[in-house]
Design a protein around this ligand. Sequence first.
Ligand code: SF4
Ligand code: SF4
Length: 508
Amino acid sequence: MTANPLDVAWELSPGVALRPEPFGALAYHFGNRRLTFLKRGELAAVVRALAAHPDARGALAEAGVPAEQWPAYAGALRGLASADMIRPRTAPAPVAPGTPAKTAAARGASASLARRFEEGLAAPICLTWELTYACNLSCVHCLSSSGRRDSRELTTAQCEAVIDELQAMQVFYVNIGGGEPTVRPDFWHLLEYAVAHRVGVKFSTNGVRITPERARALAGMDYVDVQVSLDGATAEVNDRVRGAGSYATAIRALDNLAEAGFADAKLSVVMTRENVSQLDAFKAIADARGATLRLTRLRPSGRGADVWDELHPTAGQQRELYEWLLRAGEDVLTGDSFFHLAGYGESLPGLNLCGAGRVVCLIDPVGDVYACPFAIHDTFRAGNVLTDGGFAGVWRGSELFRELREPQTSGACTGCRFFDSCRGGCMAAKFFTGLPLDGPDPECVQGHARDALAAAGRTPPRPSQDHSRRPRSRPVPVRIGRRPSPDVPPARACAESPLAGFVPSPDA
Ligand code: SF4
Ligand code: SF4
């Protein structure tokens, strides 16, 4: 754009929603799925006022922005236009506004954005919803110990009520997972229901139901993103962790999506000791299919607790990953899950804080709300959507969430010069390795957790629940050849079919 942004008549782009927040507002573009933070109340007020004025100057005046700050706002408007959050308006402005008045938002003090996030938002940015514990696979590191469905899982009508509430709270999108969410008979209905109610859906799948026909249907839908899980760039590495045949299933799903013209699917990888050396190969798999690579951290949650010692990247591999991520920049997504690597010196893109209960939370298949998808344990259960005033009641009223939104102390990380960026790392990783929550992350790159991890008497808590298909009296095997033979008959029907015993609700 060559014109001065202050001279342009703007409006919000179609498909962009603004959600008021204590720091200003969040803007979400349902078309390109970009999330933008309007970090000051004044800027949010200006953006809201744009459509009512013949140029941006009128909106700035209405929001009470002093004239000497207008050049800075011109830059902000240019940035919003480049992200397609706002567009030049062709139709005339509606009725001229009355006397300029500074809005409440514009009057608000602008504390630092990180501080605002720590205090919690009006609704989560990153809401994960596990629709079922049923899964056709039994990955050794499954964070929710999935396998068998739970007979108390929310019915179709209850799920619809949750979506209605998310729409009312302006939750822009929800990350749907499981288990394998697509094995729920009403999954595709719930997907369409959410989209029709302006709640975008990103769903994670092992690919089992992404047929060519389904891929074509998904390619024709707005507001849907698909994330296919793969934990090895070769079948040998992947299938050791995710089970025999799972590599082929995932690649087929990615191919089906690419051939159907589905734009920008995600290839989702949990980083382990076995696959750090395959980072370039993962990127190549994604690039070849027009997909984006998304890397996440292995946490010792769910069945991951059993294999964490064996599978979490070594110190040398953490460094390798960090340097690779710095080189990749914003081309590779990380879900903000590697901010503990900031202890090497430079922060990676993202919020760089533990968002548990502040900007992140989980609804599990039975409607329990936890502070984070990696913290499925009674300690982090904030309430239930059926009994505690709905999701909004839990998000706004939970005592646990109130505590998590209190200022945190640096505890044993006091004195570490990287605390401002690393923040002591991941709460769930500390909890499930039996380390104090106010101490260093178990993978502290400065080595400050080494002694605590080695200490005798450390007792990591066991998960509060387990939906694994095989009873787990001992750690889940990881190495080739130690998986049970497919010739051995299952101990129970549900070990063969994750849906055994599932009776769809009448409205499914
Ligand atoms: S507990 Fe860990 S995974 Fe969960 S929000 Fe905090 S840092 Fe992220
Ligand atoms: S001591 Fe704490 S703040 Fe410092 S790098 Fe380790 S985990 Fe991060």
